[in-house]
Write a new protein. Sequence first.
Length: 271
Amino acid sequence: MLTIFLTAGYPNTERTIKALKILHEENVDLVELGVPFSDPLADGPVIQNSSFKALESGINIDKIFEIISRTKEELNTNGSLGSEVKGVNNLILFTYYNPVYNYGLDKLIEKCLNTGVKGLLIPDLPVDEAEELRAKLNEHGLTLTLLAAITSTDERLQKIAELSEPFIYLVSRIGITGSNKDINNLQENNDEAKQLALLKEKIAKLKNYAPDKAIGLGFGIDSPEKVKATFELDVDMAIIGTKAIRVLEADSSENLNEFRDFIKSLRPISV
């Protein structure tokens, strides 16, 4: 499965809508739409910059839901929205907890239901505090996805595996998003070899803790070759964010042809 992350409102609203339509038309399995936040701790400089620029342009949660609604309306108008649970029909919001708290959970849930958003992914939500929020979302048929790290203890990993849905987001390495490192070249030095061994160990444990849940691997995946290397680690989903944003911001074509070509390049080797 292939998951693509975009920052809502970046480079601007119109290009976000065009990019979302491309993700849908190219049958991306899951879309993560990022809610811009002023202190995105888990994100590298590319996603941080996209978040800051979107905030400067006046993007907010209400406008994000307008983007989602407009995208679906335009896809429906041209007959390509369909009912298959892919693309924008399988969209979750990637948001830090502060925007959720300030906006109001009940209001956010209502907006998600009205626009067909499937759930939330909250990277800074402590697993010890996730159960109540997950239960609230589940009451309305929404999901809560949590991040697991290669440094997570077995106890914490098991709890994340229990609560995270519909998949478990495993961070491939220590650090922030965006990387020049190739997953299958982590053996280049001793520290990276240890990280690779630890990553494989965590994947095995998650499969044991939650055999029926998909595992998504993110951070540092930015090419077809790295997508292939990701699936060779026996995970179910490759998650690409930084590279997708880089391609999108560099694409000067009216119809985002370079962005579409990049997304297409990832499909033949996904599973």
